[in-house]
Design a binder for this molecule. Structure first.
Ligand code: FAD
Length: 389
């Protein structure tokens, strides 16, 4: 059994690491303070993504993506995820379901999205449908060769400025017919109601959206009526592993900074790393990172080798749950090792504290991951999690 990274994997890691240090870290403080970056900076980051060949890592080369394996995608997420203020989101990863569009949709949306010329947002959550995504009420009704859509969305990241929003609806208000639509920027009837402020200062909004008399031609449907959740299943696996990997990226950066500080800082006439209490915190942090990275890369390799979709989905939940919770504990311990200086906004560990908190909530809260894991254990036993084949 070879669990090592290949030469190509290592080269991708070096590329992603260099890109992150050169194009993301230098802009963290400015973004934290002003909550936006000048257009010239955004353009230079975009160019950096292309120069380092990190665009659309999840899409096939024939569509302009990098065609990376899941292991390689996790490597990139771990590196870029270490940047604070969600700067990792500048490295675009177009929704995987865009490849399931018609040839015209692939041409109009997927190809420019992979090139970084078209930005996307995913609008599923609603005021009454958060964890319970099956409770979506935004309704699409066929009227001739158009769908008439009414409803509301919330927290849809980047929807205020995305070139196209992927909108989850239920046709005829029927929950058994979840259906996706592509909404071009500026389409009448898709209105940003409010842009609430959130703890993370990423320069990206998570708006509340009113959808009133939105009229879309049937050609704007992605997939078929009722296929909405089916089309997003693969995205969930990819997104949950990405969250786990970037959580580990945050945890590693915080731990490295804390270790450096522990060696440097003296109290009571000695470096604080000489206190066993501090060593114990570092020991716990390192052990959790080792465990987190081990499950991410083991399961990513299994998925790359053809693991069935159901098992992949079930394992991705366990990985997202463990890694996001562990990263939260690790970043918090890093703050503790820094003492008061760990709460200064200029310190990356403080900013990581705000960033890492979200990872336990979006793309399915920790409780929802446990609902998935518990349900699988009830149905199929423990082996999927405890066995090694
Ligand atoms: C910054 C940010 C960006 C976001 N971006 C997007 C986006 O781009 N697109 C999008 O569609 N959505 C987005 N979301 C929404 C996100 O996916 C939801 O916040 C998340 O799914 C949780 O839903 P909720 O906030 O309504 O919490 P709720 O579902 O109301 O949950 C509240 C609490 O109840 C618990 N709970 C709920 N159901 C159960 C259960 N069955 N068993 C046990 N506990 C349960 C939860 O775990 C949680 O602790 C974003 C959210 C944030 C904060």
């Amino acid at each position: 059994m070879d669990m090592g990274l290949s030469k190509t994997d290592l080269e991708i890691r070096e590329r992603a690491r260099e890109f992150t240090r050169k194009h993301l870290y230098p802009h963290e403080l400015e973004l934290d303070e002003t909550e936006c970056l000048p257009e010239a900076t955004e353009a230079s980051i975009r160019q950096g993504v292309l120069d380092y060949a990190l665009n659309a890592v999840n899409h096939a080369p024939e569509h302009g993506g990098q065609g990376f394996s899941l292991v390689q995608q996790c490597i990139v997420s771990e590196e870029t995820g270490s940047a604070t203020n969600a700067l990792w989101a500048r490295v675009w990863v177009p929704p995987v379901c865009l490849k399931d569009g018609t040839p015209e949709q692939v041409e109009k949306y997927l190809l420019p999205a992979c090139r970084g010329e078209l930005s996307t947002a995913f609008c599923t959550s609603e005021p009454s449908a958060g964890s319970d995504a099956g409770g979506v009420r935004t309704t699409a009704v066929l009227d001739g060769n158009h769908y008439q859509i009414h409803g509301e969305k919330c927290f849809a990241s980047h929807a205020e400025s995305a070139d196209v929003c992927l909108l989850t609806t239920v046709v005829d208000g029927d929950p058994t017919k979840p259906t996706l639509f592509l909404v071009d920027k500026g389409t009448p009837g898709f209105n940003i109601r409010r842009l609430p402020r959130f703890a993370q200062r990423s320069g990206t909004g998570h708006p509340e959206v009113d959808i009133e008399d939105l009229r879309l031609p049937t050609t704007q449907m992605l997939g078929d009526v009722g296929q909405g959740f089916e089309l997003t299943k693969d995205w969930f696996v990819e997104a949950r592993l990405a969250i786990a990997a970037r959580s580990m990226g945050m945890a590693i950066r915080a731990s490295e900074l804390a270790l450096e500080w522990a060696r440097e800082r003296e109290q009571f006439g000695q470096a604080i790393i000489d206190f066993q209490a501090v060593q114990f915190m570092l020991a716990e942090m390192a052990t959790e990172i080792m465990a987190g990275k081990s499950i991410i890369y083991r399961v990513a390799q299994e998925i790359d080798s053809g693991l069935d979709r159901k098992t992949a989905h079930a394992k991705a939940s366990a990985i997202k749950y463990f890694c996001s919770e562990a990263a939260f504990r690790i970043v918090d311990k890093s703050v503790q090792i820094f003492g008061g200086r760990g709460t200064m906004c200029e310190n990356p560990v403080e900013r990581l504290t705000r960033d890492v908190r979200l990872e336990r909530i979006w793309e399915g809260t920790s409780e929802i991951q446990k609902v998935v894991i518990g349900g699988q254990i009830k149905k199929r036993g423990l082996d999927m999690y405890t066995g090694w084949h």
